[in-house]
Design a protein around this ligand. Structure first.
Ligand SMILES: [Ca+2]
Length: 273
């Protein structure tokens, strides 16, 4: 029996108990295989993450340089410091606290849009920082933006990255809200989209954006935007440009500025936000 096995196991294989030795070895092989599969999954995940960041670092001929802004600003702020926590652990405690309230969340180690809304609205330091009330709809949009695992849930890493984005965007917003009214001017928005975020969009698109996201006030029919409108716009601009870029590059190896969408693919891209 031992002779039939490719690798003699010697004293490690319970001499005299051939059957059990075989079971033990089988278990060991199974365990090694599972371990290898887990390692492969981890390597795959790390590779995807690296590709994702490489994608944001790439120069984009047709759609602008948002990647540079993202790298330099989103990762240079400290969300937990902005929220006046003592350490990142305090922010993680808030996340885990809300997660544990729903067994479905705890099972997945993640939260849902309503939980995100509750964290933003009910954590005093976070609420004071932004000074607005977040809607369920906005929370869904923000969750979808960073749902890299595509499971409809927000894991801690995705949550943390969203907080970094929000703080970075809020700093930009405040810089352009000179009178501290809580609104940004249309001209400022145009400048931020083009010069800071670096998206290359045409005047008719800007007009469309203003019609959809701004409100008109007296005097002189000024167009102004609130912070949550600014976030909704920033999320969609980023996500749709990203979706477009991916399909453009995939089709040709280089960006052409145009791409083909299948009907269902298109619906999935827009309906998830
Ligand atoms: Ca997720």
């Amino acid at each position: 029996m031992y002779g039939a096995q490719p690798y003699p196991t010697g004293s490690h294989s319970f001499p005299g108990q051939g059957g059990q030795g075989g079971d033990y070895q089988q278990h060991q092989q199974q365990f090694a295989m599972q371990q290898q599969q887990a390692l492969q999954h981890l390597a795959q995940f790390q590779q995807q993450r690296t590709q994702h960041y490489q994608h944001y670092q790439q120069q984009s001929q047709h759609y602008g340089q948002y990647g540079q802004y993202y790298q330099q600003n989103v990762f240079s702020v400290n969300a937990w410091q902005a929220y006046q926590f003592q350490s990142p652990n305090d922010l993680e405690q808030v996340f885990r606290g809300i997660m544990q309230r729903n067994p479905e969340n705890a099972m997945r180690n993640a939260i849902q849009a309503e939980d995100l809304m509750n964290v933003l609205n009910n954590t005093p330091t976070i609420r004071n920082y932004f000074g607005i009330s977040w809607s369920r709809e906005m929370s869904s949009i923000m969750l979808a933006m960073l749902d890299r695992s595509k499971d409809g849930f927000m894991q801690w890493e995705e949550f943390m990255e969203l907080q970094q984005c929000l703080v970075a965007w809020y700093k930009v917003f405040k810089q352009h809200d000179a009178d501290g009214s809580g609104f940004m001017d249309a001209q400022e928005l145009t400048r931020v989209i083009k010069q800071l975020f670096g998206f290359q969009i045409q005047p008719p698109t800007l007009t469309t954006i203003l019609k959809r996201y701004s409100r008109v006030v007296a005097p002189n029919s000024r167009c102004i935007l609130a912070f949550d409108d600014f976030v909704a716009l920033s999320v969609r601009l980023r996500a749709y440009t990203d979706a477009f870029r991916k399909r453009d590059s995939m089709a040709n190896g280089v960006e052409t500025g145009s791409c083909n969408f299948q009907y269902d693919d298109f619906l999935q891209c827009v309906l998830c936000l």
